[in-house]
Each structure stands twice: as structure tokens, then as C-alpha cells.
Write a protein that binds this ligand. Structure first.
Ligand SMILES: Cc1ncc(COP(=O)(O)O)c(C=O)c1O
Length: 391
């Protein structure tokens, strides 16, 4: 039947669709489609039997998303990578892909709050238990493994103290025990730290932060061997936690400049940390790039840059920290990190909200701490803003 003889509704639906191949786009376009068209039953069969790389349904996979995933795999030096609708979606899907009811996760107690609550409040209801351990135990995981330990989840650098742990040592201990190690690499980004090369099994990150870098996409990522990524992919299909094609396109665009951006984040953060370290109004500065940081030697061994996050203390006083917070002009008072804009937050009012003095002391956090996500502005302007806000 020719197009002209078809009805108006038929023509409006089908005209202009499915024209692929030419012209060849330079960038992978947004495949804004929920499903993909097959030529024949034989083609569906080939797909089902894994003999064809064709796409079936966007919840399973989509060319725009796969294009961005290939970039993540390249950045992480991985065989395979997956993208999710948020960092939390990545975390939940990784855990559900690998851990079953009755099994246990060991997790560093200084961890992103969302991860803590997911493990402690939600997944425990499904029979997955988590044992949270302090820095010392985390650094010697063979002392904490139990018969049911299936996964070890940790971060380095840790929010907000930016303490670092010996990733190679922890990953080797996990491998010897057959425990899946997962590092949340959000703070460092793969530009500054390569978890898989250090022996970690799965490198997770909130792509919302440095990977996208423009504070306009919420996404999560995991990278690792095909064998360890496969169960996560299976769980992602069932949970529906895959990233949509539109944000995948934006993320891919952001990733093209991540190397340049992170170099500038590193340089600006170092300038800010050095300024704060010589200022008598500041009682302590936490930045792994400073020789005064307790884990500087570990960081220098396993990081190629020290990142864009800087934390400092105003004498343990929330009143002083609040006054500083209210006075900044260039730094924006906002949660999150890793974007082009410099941001400021007070850990006791955000990630550590509601923590007791004892909990804060155990995590090495004070009420006077200020966390900076140092952006890509001119370093001199950032330092001038900090200087005036210190008052
Ligand atoms: C270290 C870390 N991991 C995971 C997440 C969760 O990522 P998302 O907000 O993309 O779900 C965050 C968010 O702030 C984070 O800082």
C-alpha cells in the first residue's frame, strides 16, 4: 500500500520514522525510543540467542546509553560499564545483583548517607545485612570478614574528612577471600583514581558529579569485568534503573571534557587548600594533596590528582561556620559536588545531620567544618571570596 492511500492517522504515525544510516552523525544522537523494530522472526530469535547485537527495548539497552557506557568503560579501563538513573540506583542495583538474603556486606562507616540508609534501613528488610566498620577495621578487612560476607563497599577519599584508605591492600584482601569489592569513586573520579587498576572488582560512581560535571544530570555508573557486570545488568533490567537516552546524551557530552575539567578542579582545589592552610582564622584544612593530611602518602600512591573537594574547620564552632556560610558570594550554598560552579556546604547540617557528638568524633568531624566543592572559576576569585567570607 502506497503512503498516499493510507489514512491520515497512519501517515502521521509512520512518516519520517526509521530512516537510519545516512547522513552519518558525528555524535551519537538521542535514540528517544522505547523499543526497536525487527525485520523478521529469525532476527528476534537471533537476538534472544545472543547472536545479534540488535536492540530490543530501551529498559534493556539503548544506543545512546550504550555510547555513554562505552565512554565510562574507557575512562575506568574496564571490560564493561553500565549507567543508571542515579548514583543511588547504581548502588541498589549493584547490591541486588550480587548479594542475596542471608548474606552480609561489610561497609566503611564513613560513607555517603544515602548508601548508609539504603543498606541499613531498606535492604536489611530483604535479608541483606550490613556490618559498618571504622577506618582501622576497613584497612584490615581480613579481621572483619565473616562466613556470610559477600561484598565489601567503601569510599576513598571519604566525605567530608577526605581520609583515604589503601585501596590496593583492601582489594587484595577481598580477592583472597572471594568477597566482591566495590569502591564508590565519586569524589576522586576515574581521572584521579583508577580503582580497577588498583585491584577493586567494581568501580561505582555518582555520574551526577564530576563525570557529567555541569550540575544538570542525575546518573550513576558501574564499571568492571564482564563477568561481574553481567549480574548487575540482569538486575537493572528487572528493576528498571537504566538511565534514559536524553540524560545519557548530556552525560556523554559532559564526559568529553572530564579530563580537562578535573585537571582544573585539582589545580583550583590545591590553590584554595594552600590559601586556607596559611590562614590563622582556619584551625585545620583537610585536603589529601597537602603534606599535612594524615593520608597524604597513601593518596599520593594511588591518586594521580587530589580532586576538587576541600574541607576546613573553623575552630569546631557551628556559629563561625554558619557565619562563613552566610557570607560567601561566589561559592553557592548548595548540596552536591563536581560541577563547574563552586559550592559550599556544612556537613553537620547536611550529610551528618542529626549525628551525636560521639558519632561525629568517631568520624573525625566537627561542628565547625565547612566543605567546599571547588569549581572551575578563576582561582584568584575563589580565594578572594573565601578571604572576605572569613571576615
Ligand atoms: C559519594 C557519593 N556516592 C553516591 C551518591 C549518590 O549519587 P546520586 O545523588 O547521583 O544518586 C552521592 C551523592 O551525593 C555521593 O556523594
Amino acid at each position: 500500500m502506497s503512503d498516499e492511500t493510507r489514512g491520515f492517522s497512519t501517515r502521521i504515525i509512520h512518516t519520517g520514522e526509521g530512516e537510519v544510516g545516512h547522513p552519518v552523525p558525528l555524535t551519537t544522537p538521542i535514540y528517544e525510543t522505547t523499543t526497536f523494530v525487527f525485520e523478521s522472526a529469525a532476527e528476534v530469535l537471533a537476538f534472544n540467542e545472543g547472536r545479534s547485537a540488535k536492540y530490543l527495548y530501551t529498559r534493556y539497552g539503548n544506543p545512546t546509553v550504550v555510547s555513554a557506557e562505552q565512554k565510562v568503560a574507557a575512562l575506568d579501563g574496564a571490560e564493561a560499564a553500565l549507567l543508571f538513573s542515579s548514583g543511588m540506583a547504581a548502588t541498589a542495583t549493584i547490591v541486588m545483583g550480587h548479594v542475596s538474603a542471608g548474606e552480609e556486606i561489610i561497609c566503611g562507616s564513613a560513607i555517603y548517607g544515602g548508601t548508609l540508609h539504603l543498606l541499613n534501613d531498606l535492604l536489611v528488610r530483604f535479608g541483606i545485612t550490613t556490618r559498618f566498620v571504622g577506618l582501622d577495621a576497613l584497612s584490615h578487612p581480613d579481621t572483619v570478614f565473616g562466613p556470610k560476607t559477600r561484598m565489601l563497599w567503601f569510599e576513598s577519599p571519604i566525605n567530608p574528612t577526605l581520609r583515604c584508605v589503601d585501596i590496593r591492600h583492601i582489594a587484595a584482601a577481598c580477592r583472597a577471600q572471594g568477597v566482591v569489592s566495590v569502591l564508590d569513586n565519586t569524589f576522586a573520579s576515574p581521572i584521579n583514581q583508577q580503582p580497577l587498576a588498583l585491584g577493586v572488582d567494581l568501580a561505582m560512581q555518582s555520574a551526577t558529579k564530576y563525570l557529567n560535571g555541569h550540575s544538570d544530570v542525575t546518573a550513576g555508573a558501574v564499571a568492571g569485568s564482564k563477568a561481574l557486570v553481567a549480574p548487575v545488568e540482569k538486575a537493572r533490567r528487572l528493576l528498571g534503573t537504566i538511565l534514559d537516552p536524553q540524560p545519557a546524551y548530556a552525560l556523554a557530552r559532559g564526559m568529553k571534557t572530564v579530563t580537562l575539567r578535573v585537571e582544573r578542579h585539582n589545580a583550583n582545589a590545591m590553590a584554595v587548600a594552600r590559601f586556607l592552610a596559611q590562614d590563622a582564622r582556619v584551625s585545620a584544612v583537610h585536603y589529601p594533596g597537602l603534606a599535612s593530611h594524615p593520608d597524604h602518602a597513601i593518596a599520593a600512591r594511588q591518586m594521580s590528582g587530589f580532586g576538587g573537594m576541600v574541607c576546613f574547620d573553623l575552630g569546631g564552632s557551628l556559629e563561625r561556620a554558619s557565619r562563613f556560610y552566610d557570607r560567601v558570594q561566589l561559592f553557592k550554598r548548595a548540596a552536591s559536588l563536581g560541577g563547574v560552579e563552586s559550592l559550599v556546604s556544612l556537613p553537620v547540617l547536611t550529610s551528618q545531620w542529626g549525628h551525636t557528638d560521639a558519632q561525629l568524633a568517631e568520624a573525625g568531624i566537627t561542628r565547625g567544618m565547612v566543605r567546599l566543592s571547588v569549581g572551575l572559576e578563576d582561582a584568584a576569585d575563589l580565594v578572594a571570596d573565601l578571604d572576605q567570607a572569613l571576615g
